[in-house]
Design a protein around this ligand. Structure first.
Ligand SMILES: Cc1ncc(COP(=O)(O)O)c(C=O)c1O
Length: 414
């Protein structure tokens, strides 16, 4: 893992920038001198002798042992992502959700309290609200956008603040700097799920976050191939809190998936720029459509946190655009849902799938997919209505995606 200080380093000038780190940071090549990083598909590593094996198992000496907790391809991915996020270390996990599981297992114990945005990804709400609750960890869910609510929710036993920005699917943006100040005053950690922006657009540590969560499944892979995750933090946190849990609990990132993400990171920056540009055009077009009630996209001036988003996200809105199809006002939630389904089912280009971050544009109905496991009250507090559709813009031509949505919008029952 990146925490292993004596493993060889890639020698780069100290001031190289994100795009260079994205294609070069990791581990030096093997003795064969490969230019593209090798995939080490091996479960274990041969030890030169029994004494070295004993020293490595006891953590007295660095070296690869067993791929549940040490593998060179995984280390390369971890080092590259840490460099891009601006953290000292990173630990790869089998999925984005297992990164949040590792976060909770590493930092929390029975009797602790967490404050979490009520607008985060549906499974994250379930993990904090139901699964961690089984082990005596209490979570208060608060407004994504009102820092005062977070401050009021602080208790003497608050250990962790958890946010995601922008959120899935409403693209609500939180003020990371303000949340960091609240966390510091409370003596708690601030974790930010940086899935929607990736380090190409937003580096939460620059605004005071202590821990960064990633679903590598999204933009880091970028082509919808693997499930992967990561947790970025200081060396002290990774070494002391997370490596021991990973070693015993084994929510490990497979070397193959790490390799796919590692190569995905090389094109992350240009993909994020290109997909964000297309998403902005799509959002602007949707705003002009008569059958669309409201568009949620941080790059639009109509977005309630537009200015904050532009400052925090390198002037980019990201690639996810959500919108509400007309129908709810007249026909209630059932009509709204039927209208949303009609628009989705009329597409011929978009992939109907709940994943996002792919080069192929994806379309989904959040209320019945990503947020389907929430009860109606939780869905309402997360602002997810039956008429809402989420489009994660890929690298398709935006004119083709507009035409694809127009098929259903133009034929909605009036
Ligand atoms: C914002 C966000 N965080 C975390 C996750 C979970 O990631 P994974 O599917 O890799 O477990 C997702 C998945 O959609 C997500 O959108």
């Amino acid at each position: 893992m990146t925490t292993r200080k004596t493993l060889p380093k890639v020698e780069l000038p100290p001031d190289v920038r994100l795009d260079t780190l994205a294609v070069r940071q990791g581990l030096p090549p093997s003795p064969w001198g490969e230019n593209s990083e090798a995939l080490f598909l091996t479960s274990s590593f041969r030890q030169p002798d029994a004494a070295t094996a004993a020293a490595r198992f006891a953590n007295e000496e660095d070296g690869f042992i067993y791929s549940r907790f040490t593998n060179p391809t995984v280390t390369m991915m971890e080092r590259r992502l840490a460099a891009m996020e601006g953290t000292q270390a990173c630990i790869g996990t089998s999925s984005g959700m297992s990164a949040i599981l590792l976060l909770g297992m590493g930092l929390l114990k029975a009797g602790d309290h967490v404050i979490c945005s009520q607008s985060v990804f549906g499974s994250t709400i379930v993990l904090f609200g139901r699964e961690f609750a089984k082990f005596g960890v209490e979570t208060s869910f608060v407004s994504q956008t009102d820092p005062d609510e977070w401050r009021r929710a602080v208790k003497p036993n608050t250990k962790l603040l958890f946010a995601e920005s922008p959120t899935n699917p409403l693209t609500e943006v939180c003020d990371i700097r303000a949340l960091s100040a609240i966390a510091k005053d409370a003596g708690a950690w601030l974790a930010v799920d940086n899935c929607f922006c990736s380090p190409a657009l937003q580096r939460p540590v620059e605004y005071g976050a202590d821990l960064i969560i990633h679903s590598g499944t999204k933009y880091l892979d970028g082509q919808g191939r693997v499930i992967a995750g990561a947790l970025c933090a200081s060396e002290a946190l990774v070494n002391e809190k997370f490596v021991p849990v990973m070693r015993s609990a084994g929510m490990s990132l497979s070397p193959f998936n790490a390799w796919v993400v590692l190569k995905g990171l090389e094109t992350l920056s240009i993909r994020m720029q290109a997909q964000s540009e297309r998403a902005l055009k799509l959002g602007q077009w949707l705003e002009q459509q008569e059958q669309v009630e409201r568009v949620f996209y941080p790059g639009l001036k109509s977005h309630p946190q537009h200015e904050l988003a532009m400052a925090q996200q390198s002037g980019c809105g990201g690639a996810v655009v959500s919108f509400i199809v007309k129908g709810q006002t007249r026909g209630g939630p059932d009509q709204a849902r039927a209208n949303a389904f009609h628009v989705i089912d009329s597409t011929q280009v978009c992939s109907i799938t709940a994943n996002l971050g792919d080069t192929k544009t994806t379309i989904t109905h959040p209320a019945s997919t990503s947020h389907g496991r929430l009860n109606e009250a939780q869905r309402q507090s997360a602002g997810i209505t039956q008429g809402m559709i989420r489009v994660a813009m890929g690298l398709d031509d935006v004119l083709d995606i507009q035409a694809d949505l127009q098929r259903g919008l133009a034929t909605l029952p009036t």
